[in-house]
Write a protein that binds this ligand. Structure first.
Ligand SMILES: [Zn+2]
Length: 504
């Protein structure tokens, strides 16, 4: 007797998707236009909807259905079986932990985030440390429950795998060591070059002009306003309800138009991904569960591959001057581009330029590894943090605000997440390397018609949504595993030019 058919699974997944669309829209509204007094009501509503979708995702109907389909795979299409595998993994992750522990942990992370904010206000790590310690204890307990047979080589591997399936410390150590060594060589080389003068980057550009510039550039790369919009916020993000509604946000400063332009290009890259997922994945988790690394590779493709390319700007410098009423007309293109590309070590990760950014991630990765694989003491984390900034970036945080207290991630229990940011950089460069075999970028940029770039990204990345892992997409698109040399070669070429290093 047939107990379930594929349509039953699709109907249940659609119900979950509809609830999640609601949550996404309400979440977007909370961060863009909601009246401040409404926040308690909104939190109540979001937690209600979150509870409903969680129930459907892990409840008896779903588990029964997944069991049945796993025993009867032949009655499902290929897509149906892929969905069963995907959902089974999710259910396992969420149900291996006893309910009381899960609820207690949720409360703890919410309190920890308040403690983190308070610690920031008082510049006092000690306020936050006890909460961080408890979160780590919970995570260590969860790791044992998630990996009961102790299959992972190290504890931290279990966390890495949740954000980037298949990623391990053994693999990442090799990759990050290559990046560290390569970056040292580049930094060394640049010390013999000419530092650009970046004062022109802080010329005043009215926000209306910045908006027009950023939106013009984003739309030329294919971001569609008929399927999206741009709003103001404090911490920029992209949120997608579905492939026809992928909204981006940004923040503005009249004396820092670069922040807005690169910020909008970045978020529009996330939006492009969402707007171009194949319609066959509508109302399934494959339209929304993309791994963060592959998503980030697309926002970063806009930001660091296109938005930092000399030949791209050679063409768009005219747009910049037209929109800003010739604010930069007295500056030569070369002078402007060198200013645009200035690199210097910063203490704050989110303010880092593309060259130094991965070092911020490597520092966090090494600290997380110390916490989970070597039981490093929470009390001593600020000292470890500072020592690593001194060693890798040559700058010492003068306090914990610009040190260990800068990111909210650990207060939310997000360990194993940071490496995805760096992987996004490396993936973007590897895609670019492959694309150059069939696309003449200089010629495409000079023509002002970027369709060829759009088409490649849609065909090889966006259309798949979350139906493939990042490694599968990378391998299929570029023919090889992750190779950080492409990123290093690209940065070396760009900055050797910008810093006018003479090679004898
Ligand atoms: Zn991003």
């Amino acid at each position: 007797m047939v107990k379930y058919v594929e349509e039953d699974l699709l109907a249940l997944l659609k119900e979950i998707s509809l609830l999640e669309e609601n949550q996404a829209l309400l979440g977007w509204d909370a961060l863009t236009g909601m009246p401040t007094d409404s926040s308690d009501f909104r939190a109540e509503l979001l937690s209600y909807l979150g509870g409903k979708s969680f129930e459907l995702m892990t409840g008896p109907k779903m588990t029964d259905m997944l069991n049945y389909f796993r025993q009867n795979p032949t009655i499902l299409s290929k897509l149906g079986n892929q969905l069963v595998a995907h959902e089974s993994k999710k259910v396992k992750l969420n149900t291996n932990i006893p309910n009381e522990d899960f609820m207690e942990y949720q409360r703890l992370t919410s309190k920890a985030q308040d403690a983190w904010a308070k610690a920031r206000q008082n510049n006092d790590y000690a306020i936050y440390a006890p909460y961080l310690k408890k979160i780590i204890e919970y995570k260590k307990k969860f790791i044992k429950l998630w990996d009961p047979q102790n299959q992972a080589k190290t504890s931290y591997d279990v966390l890495l795998d949740q954000f980037e399936p298949g990623l391990t410390v053994a693999k990442l150590d090799v990759i990050f060591n290559e990046v560290k060594t390569g970056l040292q060589k580049i930094q060394n080389k640049l010390s013999y070059g000419q530092k650009p003068d970046d004062r022109i980057m802080h010329r005043e550009v009215p926000i209306a002009q910045q908006r027009e510039l950023a939106l013009t550039l984003a739309q030329k790369l294919g971001y569609k306003l008929s399927k999206g919009r741009l709003d103001d916020t404090i911490h920029p993000f992209m949120t997608a309800m579905n492939r026809n509604d992928a909204r981006i946000t940004t923040r503005w400063a009249t004396n820092d138009y670069q922040m807005a332009v690169l910020g909008v290009l970045h978020e529009a890259g996330h939006g492009l991904f969402e707007q171009n997922i194949a319609a066959k994945f509508d109302y399934t988790p494959f339209a929304k569960d993309m791994a963060m690394s592959i998503h980030e590779s697309q926002s970063l493709f806009n930001e660091i591959i296109i938005g930092r390319s000399k030949s791209y700007w050679q063409n768009e410098f005219t747009t910049l001057n037209t929109v800003t009423n010739d604010t930069f007309a007295d500056v030569s293109f070369n002078e402007w581009y060198r200013a645009w590309m200035t690199t210097k070590p910063t203490l704050i990760r989110t303010e880092a330029d593309p060259l130094t950014y991965p070092l911020h991630i490597i520092i966090r990765y090494e600290i997380e590894k110390a916490i989970f694989n070597d039981d490093f003491n929470v009390k001593d984390l600020p000292a470890l943090w500072n020592a690593k900034y001194q060693e890798y970036l040559g700058i010492l945080p003068e306090n914990d605000l610009v040190g260990i207290l800068q990111d909210i991630h650990w207060a939310g229990g997000d360990f194993g997440y940071f490496p995805s940011y760096a992987l996004g950089h490396l993936y973007a460069a590897q895609f670019y390397h492959t694309m150059q075999k069939t696309i003449d970028f200089d010629q495409v940029y000079a023509s002002g018609d970027y369709q060829a770039i759009f088409d490649w990204r849609k065909e090889h990345v966006w259309q798949y949504g979350a139906s493939k892992t990042p490694q599968e997409i990378l391998k299929q698109a570029t023919g090889e595993e992750l190779n950080p040399q492409y990123w290093l070669e690209l940065q070396d070429a760009i900055y050797t030019d910008v810093y006018q290093v003479v090679i004898n």
